[in-house]
Design a protein around this ligand. Structure first.
Ligand SMILES: [Zn+2]
Length: 383
């Protein structure tokens, strides 16, 4: 009859915390608004649903506001405010404690900030000023080791997230997309601390000033591989409602995403220029060549040189921003003597492939048309 006796310690601590801050008068009168106060006691009709009182006759509930204890003398049942809450809502002790704690603004970890808050990246203003950033060689070693450490963890949830977007495991593996589950957070953190001084990890943006790994909510990692080495990475959350959705290492984005794959392609191949990791991987999963523009920095002129020997086709989002971007990129290409064809898909690449069973064929047809023409947008079926 005393379930809290066997409750885990943190729950009992939370219960004590609830009892320290709760105001018994407002708590009990919320359920018994008609109760009369006399001194430090309340008397009223007992509202406990399972007692099934008629509400007539003598009020049977008595509350000691000093102790916070209630008693229903008609049914011979009494206890503290937690028990009262359990009976009123038909919930367990654990749930009663948690719900009351939440109502009272207690998170149960008063003396210790949550892991999520300890893992928060340092504020942006503290990043750049005082200290020099790591050289690219150091960032590459940190990044490469981070990928290795995370690859040793269970990839299942990350694979499932990508699979829901139509990106198969083989494509993800080839692109070194890597995941680690939240339960591995401390182990990953420890492994990184074994490999590098915390100062190095902090300057790479992997750790914060509290010496915690900052990739706590963002555990699906997209590395930028250049000449076989991971030079940089961005990571996204796989949970809904987490903002920001992306987190990355310090320093600038070093290249187009998947640029390393270009060295393996024959000259004259068609290469798609898309926005984002998902669109890039979607095309790779369907056997197309693609590089992605990711991050806020925009397209850099020096990234275009490796594209010079290919037929490049932009497949950007079908909105005003995508059309503006296509026009801007075409100018950038033209400034280097390169041509950029552009497709006007009815949806972004990932949606297009998920919504159209014959997407691959349609894309090929649209691409032919775009490359034959002057690169203006054309609709399938036009001759
Ligand atoms: Zn009662």
């Amino acid at each position: 009859m005393k379930p809290e006796g066997s409750a885990p310690e943190h729950l009992r601590e939370l219960r004590d915390e609830v009892k320290r801050v709760i105001d018994y008068r407002s708590f009990y009168t919320r359920y018994c608004p008609e109760a009369r106060a006399s001194g430090s006691r309340l008397h009223g009709f007992c509202p406990i649903p399972t007692h099934a009182h008629t509400g007539k006759g003598h009020p049977s509930l008595s509350v000691d506001l000093q102790q916070g204890l209630f008693n229903c003398f008609s049914r011979g049942e009494g206890g503290d405010a937690i028990t009262f809450y359990e009976l009123m809502h038909g919930v367990t002790f654990a749930r009663a404690v948690r719900e009351l704690a939440r109502e009272l603004g207690l998170d149960g970890r008063k003396s210790r900030p949550s892991l999520a808050s300890r893992a928060a990246p340092d504020p942006a203003e503290s990043e750049s000023d005082t200290e020099e950033s790591l050289n690219p060689e150091q960032v590459a070693s940190v990044c490469t080791r981070f990928i290795e450490v995370c690859r040793a963890e269970d990839q299942l949830e990350g694979r499932a997230y990508l699979a829901r977007r139509g990106i198969d495991a083989q494509t993800a593996r080839r692109a070194y997309v890597t995941y680690f589950p939240r339960r591995a957070y401390r182990r990953v953190m420890r492994r990184m601390l074994e490999a590098f001084p915390v100062e190095t990890l902090r300057r790479a943006g992997l750790f914060n000033r509290r010496a915690h790994l900052t990739f706590y909510r963002h555990r699906l990692l997209f590395p930028f591989i250049v000449e076989g080495r991971a030079l940089y990475l961005q990571a996204r959350t796989t949970a809904a409602g987490v903002e920001p959705r992306w987190h990355n290492l310090r320093g600038p984005v070093p290249s187009l995403y998947n640029a390393d794959s270009l060295s393996r392609l024959a000259s004259g191949s068609v290469v798609y220029l898309v926005e984002g990791f998902t669109d890039t991987l979607t095309l790779l999963a369907h056997g197309f060549n693609a590089v992605g523009l990711v991050g806020a920095g925009g397209l850099k002129g020096e990234w275009l040189a490796p594209l010079a020997r290919f037929r490049v086709v932009a497949a950007l989002d079908p909105d005003a921003a995508g059309r503006r971007a296509a026009a801007r990129y075409r100018e950038l290409f033209a400034a280097r003597g390169l041509a950029l064809a552009a497709l006007n898909l009815p949806a972004d690449v990932n949606d297009f492939f998920r919504q159209h069973p014959a997407a691959a064929l349609e894309l090929e047809l649209m691409t032919e048309t775009a490359l034959d023409g002057d690169g203006e947008c054309l609709v399938i079926g036009d001759e």
